[in-house]
Design a protein around this ligand. Structure first.
Ligand code: ATP
Ligand code: MG
Length: 474
C-alpha cells in the first residue's frame, strides 16, 4: 500500500525507510461516505451529465469521479509508531467533482439558497458561484434565494429568483445579499415549506448552529422520504470547524486584522508607555489572533481562549507588560473575543443572557482589559504617563468582500456542493481536506471542533516571536 522508491523528477531518487506498516492496505481505509438519496429512495432514475455536451469541458478519461476517488483525512504518519498501523485512523472522504451520471434532471431542479448566522467575507461569492455554476454547468433555471436565514423558508418575504445576470458582481460586495438572521429555526415549518415550494436541492451557508439545523432538516427530509438533497457550506471566519483545512473568509480576516494591528502599533509607539490593544474574532478558538500575530511581528502578547491567562503576580500579564514597557517603551496586545471570559465579572442578568439562537453572549474582553490595565498602572505607577488605545475592528473585518484566495476557495466550495448534490449526495458538507475538496457527512462536521493546539510547534513559535509568558502558574 505504501509506495516503493519514488522518482523525484529532478533526477534524484529517494529510498524511503522500510515502513513497519505490514498489512496496512487501502482495503482497510474507512470510507466516510455521505448519505445518498438512494439510501432511502432506491429506485431513483439517473441522467447523463450535461457536461458531456458542454463545449468547454470535453470530458476525457478521468474527468468524471467515481466512488473510488477518495481523499485520506490523515497524511502525516510516524512510521516508527505501531499506532500508525491502526486502520481505524485511515479515514477517507469522497472527492468532490462531477460524476458521469447524475440523479437530477436539470430541467426539473428547483434550488434554494439560504444564509444564516453572522457575516463572513465570501458569503456573497459562494451564493454567486452556486447560481452561476448551477446555471452554466448544469443548465438549472430555477434558483431561489431565501431571505434572512432559516425563517426565510416560511416568512412573508418571498424568495428572490436568482440568475447569473443578477449575481454577476456579488463577489465584490461584503455581507450577504440574501440577508441573514439568528433564531427562527422551526423544523416543521421549514420542511413543510421545502415540500410546498417544491425545492429539491437546498444549499445552506452558515456556521455551527446552522449546520446543527441542517442535520435536523436532513433527518426530517429522510424520515419523510423526500427527493430533496441538502448540502451545507460551513461559514466561520474563526476557522473553528474540524476536519477541513480552513474555512472561507478566514484568510481575508487575517489580512484585515493587520490594519488594526498596524494602527495599534503606531498609537503605542507614539505615546509614553503606550499600549495598543486589538480585539479580534474568535469565540472558542484563537486562530485569527494567532495567525495575525505570526504574520504581523509587531505583537508582544497574543491572548487566545485555548490558553487561559491571568493578570496579577509572577508570570502574569502585568508583570510581562511592566518589563516590556521598561525595555521597549510600548507594547501591542492582541486578544481573541473568547479569551478571558471567565475573568470578566458578570451580573446575574448577564449570566443568563442569550442571543436569538440561544448562544451565550460574550462580554467585551477588550473593554474590560483596557480598564484593568489602567487601574493597574495608576495603582503601581501613580503619576506616570500611560496610554491604552483599544481597537475593535470586528465589523470592519467581517464586512469586507473576500480576498482573492478566499474568493477562489468559495468558488471551489460552490462547485463541489453543486457536483455533490447532482450526484445524489445529501446530508453532506463540502470543504478542503489536505488541499483537495471533499464531500463529508454533515453530522460529522457539525460535531468536529478545531481548537488551537497549544502543545504544538505553531504555539511555541508564537511564544518565541512575542516572548510572552506561558501563563502556567508555577
Ligand atoms: P455564526 O456563529 O458563525 O454566526 P451560526 O450558524 O452558528 O453562525 P447561529 O445564530 O447560532 O449562527 O445559528 C444560525 C441559525 O441556525 C439560526 O436560525 C438558529 O436558530 C439555527 N440553529 C442554531 N443552533 C441550532 C440547533 N442546535 N438546532 C437547530 N437549529 C439551530
Ligand atoms: Mg455559531
Amino acid at each position: 500500500a505504501f509506495p516503493e522508491a519514488t522518482n523525484l523528477g529532478d533526477g534524484g531518487t529517494t529510498t524511503p525507510q522500510q515502513p513497519k506498516l505490514d498489512g496496512v492496505s487501502f482495503s482497510q481505509v474507512k470510507m466516510q461516505r455521505p448519505p445518498h438519496l438512494t439510501d432511502y429512495l432506491p429506485h431513483l432514475k439517473t441522467f447523463p451529465n450535461p457536461l458531456d455536451q458542454n463545449q468547454f469541458f470535453h470530458p476525457s478519461n478521468g474527468f468524471y469521479l467515481t466512488t473510488s476517488d477518495v481523499v485520506l483525512r490523515q497524511i502525516i504518519y510516524d512510521l516508527s509508531s505501531s499506532s500508525s498501523a491502526n486502520p481505524s485512523q485511515h479515514l477517507a472522504y469522497q472527492r468532490a467533482g462531477p460524476r458521469k451520471e447524475i440523479f437530477f434532471d436539470p430541467g426539473h431542479v428547483r434550488a434554494a439558497i439560504v444564509t444564516c448566522g453572522g457575516l463572513c467575507p465570501g458569503v456573497n461569492t459562494v451564493i454567486r458561484e452556486l447560481v452561476v455554476g448551477l446555471w452554466e454547468l448544469y443548465g438549472v433555471r430555477e434558483i431561489l434565494g431565501l431571505k434572512a436565514g432559516y425563517r426565510g423558508f416560511y416568512s412573508m418575504a418571498e424568495p428572490v429568483a436568482l440568475n447569473p445576470k443578477i449575481v454577476h458582481n456579488w463577489h465584490k460586495i461584503g455581507g450577504t445579499m440574501l440577508e441573514t438572521s439568528r433564531g427562527g429555526f422551526d423544523l416543521d415549518k421549514i420542511v413543510n415549506a421545502i415540500q410546498h415550494r417544491c425545492f429539491n436541492q437546498v444549499f445552506i451557508i452558515g456556521g455551527d448552529g446552522t449546520m446543527r439545523g441542517a442535520v435536523k432538516i436532513f433527518d426530517e427530509i429522510r424520515r419523510r422520504k423526500l427527493n430533496v438533497a441538502i448540502v451545507g457550506i460551513p461559514k466561520t471566519v474563526d476557522n473553528d470547524v474540524g476536519i477541513i483545512d480552513r474555512s472561507f473568509g478566514f484568510q481575508t480576516a487575517v489580512d484585515m486584522a493587520q490594519q488594526a494591528i498596524n494602527a495599534a502599533h503606531v498609537e503605542a509607539e507614539s505615546a509614553v508607555n503606550g499600549v495598543g490593544l486589538v480585539k479580534l474574532m474568535g469565540r472558542s478558538t484563537g486562530h485569527i489572533t494567532l495567525h495575525s500575530t505570526l504574520s504581523s511581528r509587531d505583537v508582544d502578547c497574543c491572548l487566545i481562549p485555548e490558553n487561559e491567562f491571568y493578570l496579577e503576580g509572577k508570570g502574569g500579564l502585568f508583570e510581562f507588560l511592566e518589563h516590556r514597557l521598561k525595555q521597549n517603551g510600548h507594547a501591542v496586545l492582541v486578544v481573541a473575543e473568547g479569551a478571558g471570559q471567565n475573568m470578566i465579572p458578570r451580573s446575574d442578568a448577564q449570566k443568563e443572557e442569550r442571543d436569538e439562537s440561544g448562544n451565550p453572549v460574550f462580554l467585551d474582553v477588550g473593554g474590560w482589559l483596557k480598564s484593568e490595565l489602567k487601574k493597574w498602572w495608576s495603582r503601581d505607577h501613580p503619576g506616570d504617563l500611560f496610554t491604552v488605545k483599544y481597537i475593535d475592528p470586528t465589523y470592519m473585518i467581517r464586512a469586507v468582500p473576500a480576498n482573492a484566495t478566499d474568493n477562489l476557495n468559495c468558488t471551489l466550495l460552490a462547485h463541489s456542493a453543486i457536483h455533490g448534490v447532482m450526484a445524489g449526495y445529501t446530508g453532506f458538507v463540502v470543504g478542503p481536506v489536505n488541499g483537495n475538496y471533499v464531500c463529508m457527512p454533515v453530522q460529522e462536521v457539525a460535531e468536529a471542533k478545531n481548537p488551537v493546539n497549544t502543545g504544538d510547534h505553531k504555539w511555541a513559535w508564537v511564544r518565541s516571536v512575542t516572548n510572552q509568558p506561558d501563563f502556567l502558574r508555577s
